[in-house]
Ligand binder design. Structure first.
Ligand SMILES: C[S@@+](CC[C@H](N)C(=O)[O-])C[C@H]1O[C@@H](n2cnc3c(N)ncnc32)[C@H](O)[C@@H]1O
Length: 224
């Protein structure tokens, strides 16, 4: 097995992602200039692929930022056929407003009362797990979680209440810059990520793995 620097992997994988919408590139530039932690091109492409391969029409994002990962999911839902919804939840009004501008530029509407067949973005400003808890719109095909890390373990049962057999859970930062593998790291964020890892990977209700892409994406299929 050849050895290589993990830090070389990200630029290589990112370089393989096909040219994307100009608005996505604008969002990537903003993230680089402002050190905003977006998932980046390769993880975005993986999210797109998972949504396309599963034919997802209903996706809920917990901790959405200014719409970068939302844009990948929304593109997949649109490419899966007419209609569908991506729920964008973040507790910063400013980020929610920024997301509206970016996603509108990519052609995604936020209407709730027209009869158009476009893919809709459902914007919600507030604490994400609480918002999901109060969501009675039906099960989601994909739930993507990128909230504060200490909130990960308590997110899981709420997410499961909003899934059906075959639904997919995706969670970012599951490698946490390698801290999850270092027993001397005992801070609350690292402990919470380890706890979620155990809750999913040691449960017979999930088929799961952590894909070592960027900071680690947990990909888990809900058995029910
Ligand atoms: C890492 S960023 C999300 C980036 C996004 N996945 C992307 O790639 O575009 C997480 C965002 O969620 C917000 N956030 C963190 N915990 C949250 C929570 N419990 N409820 C709502 N928003 C949260 C943060 O303020 C931040 O804006």
């Amino acid at each position: 097995m050849p050895d290589f620097a993990y830090s070389d992997l990200k630029p290589y994988l990112d370089s393989l992602v096909p040219e994307r919408h100009a608005e996505l590139q604008t969002m990537e530039e903003y993230a680089a200039e402002n050190s905003f932690p977006i998932v980046g091109p390769a993880s975005g492409q993986l999210c797109y692929l998972l949504a396309r391969m599963s034919g997802a029409k209903r996706i809920c994002e917990l901790g959405s930022g200014y719409g970068y990962s939302t844009a990948w999911f929304a593109s997949a839902v649109r490419d899966n056929g007419s209609g569908g919804v991506v729920k964008h939840i973040v507790w910063d009004q400013e980020l929610s407003d920024m997301a509206r501008v970016h996603l509108k530029a990519m052609g995604f509407c936020d209407c709730t009362d027209c009869n158009c067949s476009c893919t809709r973005i459902d914007y919600h400003v507030g604490e994400a797990v609480e918002a999901l808890k109060n969501d009675d719109s039906g099960p989601y095909d994909i739930i993507f979680c990128d909230i504060d890390k200490q909130g990960y373990p308590d997110m899981l049962p709420i997410a499961m209440d909003h899934m059906k057999p075959g639904s997919i859970l995706i969670v970012d930062n599951m490698i946490w810059s390698g801290r999850v593998m270092d027993d001397s790291e005992q801070d609350d964020d690292t402990l919470a990520i380890r706890k979620l890892t155990a809750l999913v990977c040691e449960s017979d209700r999930w088929d799961a793995m952590i894909a070592p892409i960027r900071d680690g994406l947990l990909i888990a299929r809900f058995r029910g």
